[in-house]
Every structure is written in C-alpha cells, then in structure tokens.
Design a protein around this ligand. Structure first.
Ligand code: GDP
Ligand code: MN
Length: 377
C-alpha cells in the first residue's frame, strides 16, 4: 500500500525527521492562503499523486508571490501524471539546496533483511545512477536483532557526508527512519532527495512510504489512508467474493481453478504471443454463481477481448463444471468469445455437454491458449 508524500511527511514529523514546512491544498485559493500562512517569499508547489517522477512530469514547481502561486497551483491541479489525476498539491517552504542525497530503507529478499540504500547522487535521476554507475549506490543490510546502533548509523552517515556537522544531524535521522520503518510495518521508507541546505541543515524534501499489505490488520491508522485506484478496487471486490485476482493489463481474460494452473496458463499465453488480462483463481468448485461472478469481474475490464476458462477436474468433475458453465451463461450476455479447456475427471462427458454451445472448447492447454491468442487479435 502506498501513501502520499504529505502523509509520509506527517509520519516523518512524528518521528522527528526534519522536513520543510508544508500545507496540503485541494484548490488554488487554498494555496494562496497556505502561501500567506507559510511566511516564505518562495514556495514549492508539488502534485500529490501515488506515483513517482512528479518533477519530470512537471508536477513540482517553484513560485513566489501570491499571483504566481495561484497560477502555478492551477496549472498543476487537474494534471494527469502517469494516469493519476492531481486533486491535491502541497505548498511547502522552498529550500535553498546545496546538494541532494538519496536515503532509503527497503526489504531486500536476497539478504533476507531490511537494507539501507544511500547515494551521494540523489535527486530525479537516481534510477539512471543505479543503472549506469551502481558503485555510487551504497547498500548496508540491517541485522533485525541489532537494528541500527549508533556506530552503524555513524558509519553510514560518513559514507555520504564529509562535513561532521551534517554527519551529526544524519545519524539520528537514519535511526529514526529505521524506527518508523519497523514500527509501521513499512516495506519502503525513501527520502529522495535528502538535502543539505545552503544554511547547512539536513532536510527531507521528498518522502515516500509503502506498507506491507499483510500487516495492515495491525496498522489501522495506516490502513485508513488507503486510496485504492480503479484496479485495486476491483481486486478488493474480488477478494471479498473469495477470489484471488490480480489485474495484469492484457486482452485475454483468464478463469482458472487452482493457483498453480493459473500461473502456468499465463506462462502458456505468453509462450504463444498473447498477454493475460489477469490472474484469477476461482478455487475448486463448479458452482454456477461463482462462474457468473468471475465472468462479471473479467468482463468489467474493457481491454478483455476473449475469455479463457482453464479447468482441471480433480475432485471437481468436468461434467459438473460444464453444466455449471452452461447454467451461468444463460444469465451472462456477452459477445466476447469464450474458450474452454476441460481436462481430468469426466472430461469427455463435459466436452460432450459443451458440443452444441457457442463456446470454443479444447482438451489441451496448448490448443485452448492458441485459440484464445488468435481470437484476442
Ligand atoms: P519527484 O520528482 O516526484 O521525486 O519529486 P521531488 O519532491 O523529489 O522533487 C523533484 C525535485 O524538485 C527535487 O529533486 C529538487 O531538485 C526540486 N525541489 C523540490 N523541492 C524544492 C525546493 O524547495 N527548492 C528547490 N530549489 N528545489 C526543490
Ligand atoms: Mn523525489
């Protein structure tokens, strides 16, 4: 789960990590008021959207004077950044930046620990730094039993900063970031850039936090900040119906029984040059209601050009599944072609039942997937 920059900065403030003062606003007039309240001749106006790269997309701009604040805020509000509409901006005191650094904590699956990632080359091109000059990125794995004691924080800070006064400021900041990370069950705490100002102070200019969805049950405050996008709303709805569903963006809607079969179905679609629209495991059942609900879910995605139903009959019998499908499709109205692959217990009986239906049926996964890929084009 992601949160906005202004929300991450509220956590930073709670934990004593210094940030520039800012106020979140939903319209240009509120920005003018915020400008007066901040008592800073120059401010930065920043789009609040749940995606990165706002600066490069034109969503972060400096402004001075009330008129310019209103003008800049109006141009950013309503902007589309990578599919996210800007409905809020943050107006923050502008900072005189001397240099920009990158500091983050993230779960690292290789070291099976949290890792502290830092670079002297912070700012908007950090991805490029990581790709072209990986030696400029420091990675320090954190032992969960000892966390970040003073000596480690000091060693980390000295990798980044030469000036002892900045090192002194950075040590507690790194430790507080780690405290925040662990106490809130985060999967990412990122400050990019962490800046040293011309006045010689360390400030978090940007803030990003992601959280472990599996820990949200014990983080009600964090969970209350969840703003699902359209895809996440669909996934939530699917979950409430007992499905395991992930949106993937292709044209072939998939309905499969069993997670392993669903994974291999997606692999096979890729193998034959198609793209799955989703992962959907409907579990083991031939209940027509379940099929109806699953079809509704798939057809709600306007990208879907064909539906592929891949069923392995184990305890569930294929003839029951076929009857369930026929029953379900009496209620579903769609022009979208449906390819069905049935195999396993009673699959001959099942395929016989589907013979005179409008479904395209197949008994091997290869045949079914090739048909679906062909129909999706
Ligand atoms: P992002 O592009 O979504 O990561 O947004 P950031 O908050 O990181 O802002 C992008 C860039 O804008 C930063 O790297 C800074 O160079 C610049 N910036 C942000 N705030 C200020 C500020 O207060 N003063 C100045 N001079 N530049 C700023
Ligand atoms: Mn940033």
């Amino acid at each position: 789960m992601k949160i906005h920059e202004y929300q991450a900065k509220e956590f930073f403030t709670q934990y004593g990590i210094p940030t520039a003062d800012g106020i979140v606003c939903r319209n240009a007039m509120a920005c003018a008021d915020a400008y007066k309240e901040l008592h800073s001749p120059k401010v930065v106006i920043k789009a609040q959207v749940l995606t990165g790269g706002r600066g490069k997309a034109g969503g972060v701009k400096l402004a001075s004077g009330e008129d310019q604040v209103v003008e800049v805020a109006s141009s950013i509000l309503g902007m589309d950044i990578k599919g996210y509409k800007v409905d809020r901006v943050m107006v923050a005191k502008a900072v005189n930046i001397e240099s920009e650094y990158y500091i983050s904590l993230v779960v690292d699956r290789n070291t099976k620990s949290v890792v502290l990632i830092m670079s002297k080359e912070g700012g908007m091109d950090i991805e490029e730094v990581a790709a072209k000059t990986p030696e400029k990125i420091f990675r320090i794995p954190i032992d969960p039993f000892t966390g970040i004691p003073n000596f480690l924080a000091a060693r980390a800070a000295r990798l980044l900063f030469d000036n002892e006064s900045i090192v002194k400021q950075a040590i507690p900041v790194i430790q507080k970031m780690y405290k925040l990370f662990t106490e809130k069950d985060a999967s990412l705490v990122e400050i990019n850039p962490m800046v040293v100002t011309k006045e010689g102070t360390l400030l978090a200019i940007d803030g990003k936090m992601n959280f472990d969805d599996n820990a949200l049950y014990r983080q009600p405050l964090v969970e209350s900040l969840f703003e699902p996008n359209a895809e996440e709303k669909t996934e939530q709805m699917a979950k409430s119906k007992g499905f395991s569903f992930v949106h993937l963006g292709g044209k072939i809607g998939c309905m499969v029984n069993g997670a392993g079969l669903a994974m291999s179905t997606m692999d096979t679609i890729k193998l034959y040059g198609g793209r799955p629209a989703n992962f959907l495991d409907i579990g083991g059942s031939s209940n027509p209601n379940k099929v109806i609900e699953a079809m509704k879910l798939l057809l709600a995605d306007t990208n879907v050009k064909v539906v592929l139903i891949n069923i392995f009959g184990g305890i569930t019998r294929c003839d029951d599944v076929a009857r369930g499908l026929l029953e379900a499709f009496k209620e579903i109205e769609t022009n979208i072609p449906v390819v069905i692959r049935l195999t396993g217990t009673n699959h001959k009986e099942g395929l016989d039942l589907l013979k005179d239906s409008a479904f395209h049926s197949a008994s091997t996964m290869g045949q079914a997937v090739q048909k679906a890929v062909e129909l999706s084009k």
